[in-house]
Write a protein that binds this ligand. Structure first.
Ligand code: SAH
Ligand code: SF4
Ligand code: F3S
Length: 463
């Protein structure tokens, strides 16, 4: 069967999609990159903001129309967080949808496709979280563990790979849907993580990014001993063939300083920390159920910078949270300046049904005002990013090459003969563009930085 899969949302979803595609390929299916030629069209979806869901509704509208004209083809499937959150609504609104599969059932996709071929609608979701007994999450964990550990590494493709450290989330930030759609927070057995990483090395992987919604809260109980993120990093660092280790996303509350200590001593753990603040106002943080103050947050950044020289830090912000005043918003602008982020991801608050914020707080910042705050915070961040990148001009950075840049495809003749414009990333996660042979993709190259913008660096390969 020809299968098309589009992935929305976070790195967790990207990893799930990669594992699913590996499985489908191994089962003899062909993966195509256009929905129009596919026998099955699948969407791995995100529920974190309304906009992400609207995109899927419009895609489903198109595909279901095509299906009515095309005599029952393609098979249409909704996977991921939106499937878990809105199964009933999707089933009712889109009679053409054949598969509705939540994140905890994603390992069953092959079998669901078979069922859909037999013209039966396939519904595979977990019961809603508040009513779901913990043992169901435990069963899912065992299944999903088999799914992760048996990932086909040959198809991983490229030198970089995501590796799951944690599933789910128990933090319940009041705005966030993730704990409801992804289930309870569970850390993976560190031995399984190490085994998976060793297999990825065999497939050519050099850089791994550990994933968790609050990855610094990673905790595995091994008999009486507790294995934390610091221990996991120390177990992964000696694995031959791995050159770089990252871990995202971090939760700033109760950040164990042992992580910083171990990090400073481990050569492969990169100088990059993604640790979202969400707001610069203590009052808003309380309403968000983020369990830290701005003073504690800044203290964490200072400690991290002291332990890990040349650290680059990235953040997330929500603007227009219920009750956010101009003063609260200005506190977010101040925090961006004081934190000196490499970059920030900035979002407009989007009420999510079922969350505490949506139930108890009026969405009282008008859309136009959210848009203004978004643009203003972005402008502040851009200036901070420009200064951050500018400081690297003149330095030599180790770059892991990803491949030809988008520009290289548009302007193939701007580079010397035999070369194209390549892009890659430094250990600090800065994007770097430089000219080189396309065969350098997946290799490390030392690049002298010659220019900087808010978004990226430019440079020349140095020998
Ligand atoms: N686990 C990660 C983030 C997961 S969601 C963490 O805690 O850092 C990614 C980002 O989406 C969040 O950091 C937050 O900034 C944003 N986000 C989550 N829910 C949102 C909502 N209801 N409206 C707007 N942005 C939201
Ligand atoms: Fe959502 Fe908060 Fe969990 Fe991140 S830590 S996934 S923002 S509930
Ligand atoms: Fe979205 Fe689900 Fe990730 S809601 S942000 S895809 S965990």
């Amino acid at each position: 069967m020809k299968i098309y899969l589009e992935t929305m949302g976070c790195q967790m979803n990207k990893l799930d999609s990669e594992l699913v595609l590996g499985r489908l390929r191994a089962a003899g299916h062909e993966i195509v990159d256009a929905a129009a030629t596919a026998d099955a069209v699948l969407y791995n979806t995100c529920s974190v903001r309304r906009h992400a869901e609207e995109k899927v509704f419009s895609r489903l509208g198109e595909q279901c129309k095509r299906k009515r004209r095309g005599g029952g083809r393609p098979i249409v499937g909704v996977l991921g967080c939106m499937a878990q959150r809105l199964a009933g609504e999707l089933a009712q609104k889109f009679p053409g949808v054949d598969i509705i599969c939540g994140p905890s059932e994603i390992d069953r996709l092959g079998e669901l496709l078979e069922g859909a071929l037999a013209e039966q609608r396939q519904l595979a979701i977990a019961p809603p979280r508040p009513q779901r007994p913990r043992e169901l999450d435990d069963q899912a964990r065992r299944r999903l563990e088999a799914f992760d550990i048996s990932r086909p590494v040959a198809s991983a493709g490229g030198a970089q790979a995501f590796v799951r450290a944690q599933r789910g989330c128990d933090n319940f930030c009041t705005y966030c849907v993730v704990p409801y759609v992804r289930g309870s927070e569970q850390s993976r057995d560190p031995a399984a993580v190490c085994q998976e990483v060793r297999r990825l090395v065999d497939g050519g992987v050099k850089e791994i990014t550990l994933l968790g919604q609050a990855v610094n809260q990673y905790a595995w109980r091994d008999g009486g001993r507790q294995v934390g993120l610091a221990d996991l990093l120390a177990m992964l660092d000696p694995i031959a063939g791995i050159e770089r280790i990252r871990f995202v996303t971090n939760y700033p509350g109760h950040f164990d300083r042992a992580i910083l200590q171990v990090w400073a001593a481990l050569p492969k753990v990169c100088e990059y920390l993604h640790v979202p603040a969400q707001s610069g106002s203590d009052r808003v943080l309380r309403a968000m159920n983020r369990r830290y103050t701005i003073a504690e947050y800044l203290d964490l950044l200072a400690a991290a910078r002291q332990m890990v020289p040349n650290l680059s830090i990235a953040g997330d912000f929500i603007v227009g949270f219920p009750g956010e005043t101009e003063e609260d918003f200005q506190a977010s602008c101040d925090l961006v300046r004081r934190a000196g982020y490499k970059n920030s991801f900035i979002f407009r608050y989007s009420p999510r049904e079922g969350t505490v914020a949506a139930r108890t707080l009026a969405d009282d910042v008008p859309a136009a005002e959210k848009a203004r705050r978004n643009a203003e915070l972005l402008a502040v961040q851009n200036e901070v990013s420009r200064v951050h990148h500018q400081r690297l001009v003149g330095s030599v950075q180790q770059v892991l090459v990803e491949g030809p840049s988008v520009r290289a495809h548009k302007q193939p003749r701007s580079a010397p003969p035999g070369t194209v414009q390549l892009t890659g990333r430094t250990r600090g996660d800065h994007i770097v563009a430089f000219d080189g042979a396309p065969s350098l993709a997946g290799q490390f190259v030392n690049v002298r930085v010659t220019g900087a913008t808010a978004l990226a660096l430019t440079g020349e390969a140095s020998v």
